[in-house]
Write a protein that binds this ligand. Structure first.
Ligand code: ATP
Length: 270
C-alpha cells in the first residue's frame, strides 16, 4: 500500500469508488494498527533528527471535504510525535484583518520554522476551493492564484521546506454517515455545523474544483497525493507511510560533536 503522487497536469476523476481500496486489498484492522505504530516510530526518529539538525522543515498540507478526517489524521499520525517539533494550524474563514492582506499572508506566517514539521488543517487551497465554489471572489481573482500558489510553494522549497499535500478523499455516502454520527453522539454534537449541509449540496462543484486544483498545483517538488479516506485506518497508514518515507529521503542528521569535545568533557567532569 503506497500512494502515488498526482502527475502534474493530470485531471483525475475523483469518483466515489476511489475513496476506498478495492475489496480484498484492505489489510486486517490489527495489521493496520501495528503498521501505523511502526510508521509513527519511524517518523518520530526522523523528526528528532530534523529538530536537532535545525536547517530544514517539512510542511504537510491536509485538504478534504467536511468530515473527511483531517483532524483524525493529525491526531493519529502526528499525535505520537514530540510536540516541541510540530506546529498544527487550522485555517478558518479569514478575519476582516486577514482579508485586507493578500491571501497568502496568513499562510506564510504559519509556515513551519526550520527544524520542525508544520501541518496545515485546510490551507491556502481554500482560496481556490471554497472561494471558487461559494463565489466569494470572481474567477479573475481566484484563477491567477494557481500560479501564485505554485510560486509561493517554490519559494518555501528553495528556502529549505519540503512540501507534501494530501487530499483526503471520501465518498458521498461516507460523508453522510459521518455527518449523521455528529448528530447521534453527544461527544460529536459540537462538530456539527449546519453550514456543512450547504457544502454537501455543492458536492459536484467541489469535485470539479478539486480536480482542477490537483491538476494545476501538483508539481514535481510539491506533489499532491489523493488518499482513499473512507476507511480511517487505511487513510492513516497511507499518510504516515508517505511522511515517513519523505523524512527518510530528507535524511536529517544530528549535528556532529563540537570541535572542543574533549576539553568540554573535562570541564563538565570537574
Ligand atoms: P470538519 O472538516 O471536521 O467539518 P472544518 O475544517 O470544516 O471541520 P470548521 O471550523 O467547521 O472546520 O470550518 C472552517 C471553515 O473555514 C471551512 O468551511 C472552510 O471552508 C472555511 N475557510 C477556510 N479558509 C477559508 C478561506 N480562505 N476563505 C473562505 N473560507 C475559508
Amino acid at each position: 500500500m503506497r500512494l502515488p503522487p498526482v502527475p502534474p497536469g493530470t485531471l483525475l476523476a475523483l469518483s466515489d469508488a476511489d475513496a476506498k481500496l478495492p475489496a480484498g486489498q484492505i489489510p486486517a484492522k490489527s495489521e493496520l494498527r501495528e503498521e501505523l505504530d511502526r510508521l509513527t516510530e519511524r517518523i518520530d526518529a526522523r523528526q528528532r533528527a530534523l529538530h536537532a539538525e535545525g536547517t530544514r522543515a517539512l510542511l504537510v498540507v491536509l485538504q478534504g471535504r467536511d468530515a473527511s478526517g483531517k483532524d483524525g489524521t493529525i491526531r493519529k499520525v502526528f499525535g505520537p510525535l514530540d510536540p516541541l517539533g510540530v506546529t498544527a494550524t487550522s485555517f478558518k474563514v479569514p478575519s476582516e484583518w486577514e482579508l485586507r492582506h493578500d491571501f497568502l499572508w496568513r499562510v506564510h506566517a504559519a509556515a513551519p520554522p526550520r527544524g520542525s514539521i508544520g501541518i496545515f488543517n485546510r490551507s491556502h487551497y481554500e482560496d481556490v476551493l471554497v472561494v471558487r465554489v461559494r463565489r466569494l471572489a470572481s474567477e479573475t481573482v481566484w484563477r491567477p492564484r494557481f500560479e501564485q500558489i505554485n510560486d509561493f510553494e517554490r519559494i518555501l522549497i528553495e528556502n529549505g521546506t519540503v512540501i507534501l499535500k494530501f487530499m483526503l478523499h471520501i465518498s458521498r455516502e461516507e460523508q453522510r454517515e459521518r455527518l449523521q454520527a455528529r448528530l447521534e453522539d453527544s461527544e460529536k454534537y459540537w462538530k456539527f455545523n449546519a453550514g456543512d449541509l450547504k457544502e454537501r449540496d455543492l458536492w459536484a462543484e467541489y469535485t470539479e474544483a478539486y480536480q482542477e486544483t490537483l491538476a494545476l498545483t501538483s508539481t514535481a517538488l510539491a506533489p499532491w497525493y489523493v488518499v482513499p479516506a473512507d476507511e480511517k485506518r487505511v487513510r492513516d497508514v497511507l499518510v504516515a507511510r508517505t511522511v515517513a518515507e519523505t523524512l527518510e529521503r530528507m535524511d536529517p542528521r544530528y549535528p556532529g560533536p563540537p570541535p572542543e569535545l574533549e576539553a568540554l568533557r573535562k570541564a563538565v567532569a570537574k
